[in-house]
Write a protein that binds this ligand. Structure first.
Ligand SMILES: [Zn+2]
Length: 149
């Protein structure tokens, strides 16, 4: 029999279950390198939330990039996962300290997707990974565990 308080209890259980799931998740972060601490925290959160196996952080890239400064992460994903991960990052752009997202040859600073030039390949055009550049300041102290659930 349902009571007036049932929906609240169910909701709390769902949230608790999601939190436990995230706490038990240990994504492979060895590819991140010496990224900023908050960048690592966000990368781990997104890696868990979207079951991303491979992430690349600090490293050389052709052309100007936020990667050498530890302020960018590449999430290797399939197309559906990439759509969801990019949406999550943009929906929570301030909480996650996201500067911009690049996905499927488009860039988004938080407003709308803008087309990018054809760089001549799946990877350089960001069809096999979501690139996220982060702000150089850590986000306000926010709880990110429940975002995008
Ligand atoms: Zn990148």
């Amino acid at each position: 029999m349902l009571t007036a308080t049932s929906p609240v209890i169910v909701h709390k259980r769902v949230v608790a279950a999601a939190a436990i799931e995230l706490a038990d998740c240990h994504p492979r972060t060895s590819g991140l390198g010496a990224v900023e601490d908050y960048v690592r925290a966000v990368a781990e959160f997104l890696g868990c939330r979207f079951d991303v196996r491979t992430m690349h952080g600090v490293g050389g890239r052709a052309g100007p990039s936020d990667h050498p400064d530890g302020l960018a992460v590449d999430f290797m994903v399939d197309p559906d996962t990439g759509d969801d991960l990019a949406s999550c990052a943009l929906d929570n752009i301030e909480d996650l300290a996201v500067k911009y997202v690049i996905w499927e040859q488009r860039i988004n600073h938080g407003d709308e997707w803008e087309p990018m030039e054809d760089r001549g390949g799946i990877t350089v055009n960001h069809f096999d990974h979501v690139h996220i550049s982060f702000e150089s300041d850590a986000p306000e102290d926010v709880s990110i565990e429940d975002l995008c659930s």
